[in-house]
Design a protein around this ligand. Structure first.
Ligand SMILES: [Cu+2]
Length: 250
């Protein structure tokens, strides 16, 4: 976990990979601040330097001469190479090392998430390791994960487009009706964190909140064992609605 100079302005980052988004965000922000300061300075300075004075006429230009074109071109190229290209370079590394680098270790926690207007349905495979069976552990607006283990999500919306957002992990991922999207994260410290929907999905969009509870391994195991017992008791073969899960997409 890295801390950035302005991290106190935002929620605490408790993820293994959140620093990637942080780096892109703060780099972009810093560069915009610098560019804004330079442009403002140039504007104020030029207004003062080329102003009308007694005996001197104000200088006006539309910047259509060769020299102005050259200066503008060089500055634009400089901005493009130092800011945009660098962002592409850094984010390409993130894509390679994180975004599509799906966790493959056997201790990966797999969770299916089906948001709907306006709640989060959460599903674990249960003891058989297969999704959409009677022993699945299903919760509402509550996702529990162990600290220090990769968590992989399969997302699919029930009705409209939603977006799974966990600010403390710098992670946002769309959930669409009709097909499965995937993402993953890993927590580095325990605690209770917010799950929010970051896609305007109807009038109660703002109420669409869930809890992400990150627990020490032993606590998580204890909860899971208990939940698996409950799952068996609660399953009602007559209720077809409850099997809303799908075959896991790795
Ligand atoms: Cu939503």
């Amino acid at each position: 976990m890295h801390q950035w100079p302005f991290s106190w302005l935002t929620t605490v980052d408790v993820s293994r990979d959140g620093y990637r988004a942080e780096a892109l965000f703060w780099y972009t922000t810093l560069m915009c601040v610098i560019a804004f300061a330079l442009v403002t300075f140039a504007l104020v300075y030029s207004s003062w330097k080329y102003r009308a004075r007694p005996g001197v006429k104000a200088l006006y230009t539309h910047g259509t001469d060769r020299k102005s074109f050259a200066v503008t071109g060089i500055l634009a190229a400089l901005v493009f190479v130092t800011i945009d290209m660098n962002l592409v370079r850094v984010s390409q590394a993130d894509v390679k090392e994180y975004t599509y680098n799906w966790p493959v270790s056997p201790d990966t926690v797999k969770i299916e998430v089906m948001p709907q207007q306006w709640a989060w349905n959460i599903r674990y495979a249960g003891p058989d390791g297969i999704f959409n069976t009677a022993d699945d552990v299903v919760t509402l607006n509550e996702m529990r994960v162990p600290v220090g283990r990769p968590v992989m999500l399969n997302l699919k919306a029930k009705d409209v487009i939603h977006s799974f957002y966990i600010p403390n992990f710098r992670l946002k991922h769309d959930a669409n009706p009709g097909y499965v999207t995937r993402t993953w994260f890993q927590a580095v410290q325990p605690g209770n964190f917010e799950i929010a929907c970051s896609q305007m999905c109807g009038w109660a969009h703002y109420q669409m909140k869930g809890d992400l509870i990150v627990q020490p391994e032993a606590d998580f195991k204890r909860w899971m064992t208990e939940a698996e017992g409950d799952a068996k008791r609660r399953f009602d073969p007559a209720d077809k609605e409850q099997l809303w899960g799908w075959e896991w997409v790795q």
